[in-house]
Design a protein around this ligand. Structure first.
Ligand code: ADP
Length: 168
């Protein structure tokens, strides 16, 4: 199975035309800051209610909900909990790779073929962006999946540059 096609885009993840959005969530699945807050605002309060029913989600794992008020064609939100960066000696790299692997597994279970993915853990959680981008790209390329398209969504130009380097 060939890996999914990876495309880097600059913009807001809630505006992507894909089957499923990946959310950089926290274990409560109740919403938070950053990309998590943006996805919850766009999806409406039903998203936190759905999250509560399936929480908690462990670091490195992923769980799906519906997409509620997000614009079609988005039908699912795949919530993954990235590691908090503690200097790299605490299994952070393995946990981040696990996030991307589990997102593809969950997407396969849903029949989703296209995903938009944020730079998990690189905001408040402090994972160094260039290394996180390499882990994201390596894991997405090496995990067997039926997902054909992954959009790596950068929220600013530095994130776009780092992700573009990682895919090239
Ligand atoms: P974490 O807690 O996993 O570090 P953050 O949400 O703080 O998650 O940051 C993860 C990445 O998502 C950062 O690169 C941040 O700039 C980016 N981000 C924030 N809002 C959005 C958005 N609306 N669309 C895409 N990416 C976003």
């Amino acid at each position: 199975m060939a890996g999914p096609r990876l495309t880097v885009v600059l913009g807001d993840i809630t505006r992507q035309d894909v089957d499923a959005l990946v959310n950089a969530a926290n274990s409560s699945l109740q919403g938070g800051g950053g990309v998590d807050g943006a996805i919850h605002r766009a999806a409406g309060p039903e998203l936190a209610r759905a999250g509560r029913d399936i929480a908690p989600c462990r670091t490195g794992d992923a769980k799906a909900t519906g997409a509620y008020r997000l614009d079609p064609p988005v039908r699912h939100v795949i919530h993954t909990v990235g590691p908090v960066w503690h200097g790299g000696g605490d299994g952070e790299r393995e946990a981040l790779a696990s996030c991307y692997r589990r997102c593809l597994e969950v997407a396969d279970g849903l029949g989703a073929r296209s995903l938009a993915v944020p730079a998990v853990s690189t905001g408040v959680y402090g994972f160094p962006a260039a290394e996180a981008a390499r882990i994201a790209v390596d894991t997405l390329r090496s995990t067997p999946t039926s997902v054909t398209d992954v959009r790596l969504v950068a929220f600013d130009q530095p994130a776009y540059d780092v992700l573009s380097d990682a895919v090239s």
